[in-house]
Design a protein around this ligand. Sequence first.
Ligand SMILES: [Mg+2]
Ligand SMILES: [Zn+2]
Length: 215
Amino acid sequence: MLHSVCARRSSPLKRRTPTNRAVFLDRDGVINALVYRKEEGMYDSPYSTEEFLLLPRAAEAITRIHRMDMLAIVVSNQPGVAKGKCEASMLDAITGRMCEELRDLGVALDDVFYCLHHPEATVLALRVNCDCRKPKPGLILQAARKHSIDLANSYMVGDTSRDIQAGIAAGCRTIMVEGPNGSILPGAEPLFQVRSLYEAAEKIWEQGRLSCKYS
Ligand SMILES: [Mg+2]
Ligand SMILES: [Zn+2]
């Protein structure tokens, strides 16, 4: 599923060989804060624009990603609509809020890909065992096709093992941002662990410097 409301470029770069590099970003817990639901005793996505809060330095991190000549692309499971937790129009409004807040800070995402499906969805049309729900790599692969991305030289940044598994399955490097849902499953060990998206961007920059020096 694709939302291009806040695309930085009006059309994707068209090249035969995948030469663009990207940082794939999970949304909740990476760009914006998770919301604690007392009733359910768990951290969840925001389900209203009021609940959407950008995390500190997230916008700066995206600027830094662009300075490295990499695309910043959101790949996110958003099963809230499927589970009846929010309306599709609210998900769009929250995406709009994210883009607006980033724009106010001088940055724009290059694209946003959501998986809206869930195997136990109450909304039947979305009860699909799809290829795009992370830990599957479908969203990353869709983005890679559209934007001609060299996956081996790209990164997946997320706050759960699902994100890391999807990144590994797509052939990307992986970085985990610490958070309350961040227990690391066997086989889902990230290359690096950091405390924020900004730290992830710094890590990627350091790695780029190392490969310039020694290759
Ligand atoms: Mg997350
Ligand atoms: Zn899906």
